[in-house]
Design a protein around this ligand. Sequence first.
Ligand code: ATP
Ligand code: MG
Length: 330
Amino acid sequence: MPSMIQISGLVKRFGTTEALKGLSFEVPKGQVVGFLGPNGAGKTTTMRILAGYSTPTSGTAKVGGIDVMQDTVGARRLIGYLPESNPLYEEMMVLDFLRFTAEVREVGADVRTARIKRAVERCGLGKVLGKDINQLSKGYRQRVGLAQALLHEPELLILDEPTSGLDPNQIVEIRSLIKELGTEKTVILSTHILSEVQSTCSRVLIINEGKLVADDAPERLQNSQGSSVSLVLASRSGGRLDPAALKATLATVPGVTGVDGAEGEGDGTFGFRLRFGNEDPRRSLFEAAVKNDWVLLSLERTQVSLEDTFRKLTGVEKPAAVVETKKEAA
Ligand SMILES: Nc1ncnc2c1ncn2[C@@H]1O[C@H](COP(=O)(O)OP(=O)(O)OP(=O)(O)O)[C@@H](O)[C@H]1O
Ligand SMILES: [Mg+2]
């Protein structure tokens, strides 16, 4: 499949800050990709370069085979871009703004009305066409931002946090719109809502400190970190169980790759968290319990969340502190 996006060795420095440290990835035509990373990871920087609004210190970015730096106008014809802050002409009426944008994007006069109508329908703007943009709620502003990105029917949509600041109902609506758009276009969207990626994207790119740290399908990213089983045991005969011996026995159960031992509860029960890889060890655990005369008080499989994976890969132990730093820098 031909690549819609080709980013190669992208480096971007702002003074002494190296926002991108040699970022490379490709996105084939038709894919819907989630672009994740903690605050300051370099998502917006990458998207701005890709959309031709910023130049990299070194490296290349191509859209549909066109080098964005060499032929910015040509590349932009293929791109619909929703910037992070979604800057709009505040004083303009929604309809006038869309007309103006269509003209700037060189949408032919003959199809302009039809294109505006389609974008308005898709983004649910019918009721606010006559309003000034500065009267709109955040959700409607976001819809206008999306509509302006669609007017020239681009092949690639670059959406920088399309659902940020929206209420849960609006999030669901915008998400389903993006999903629908994803059936006919290539989409790269950045977000901090990890469930959004699971529901909308077939692939996830995670960046941290300007470098790619993961590139996989959302479900595979979840599973790559392994799953776990929690279990609580007691002795069937009422005798005392030795936690160290229990732990050692559990470690030998087929499928189990690690045992995190809990202390006894004082009531003769012991809780453990067992890690496992591809093979679900629950059946073997039951058999081990029978063989060793344990009572299985509970046996529960817990799925590692995408959040866990994200935190592990990006090492964000104190998200609040990261947000603080970003605010100071802004
Ligand atoms: N115009 C600029 N001048 C100086 N530094 C900048 C500029 N734009 C971005 N940076 C820095 O580059 C780094 C990457 O920023 P970027 O906005 O790309 O992050 P992000 O992943 O989009 O974060 P967020 O999730 O907060 O939107 C940060 O350290 C940021 O402070
Ligand atoms: Mg950003």
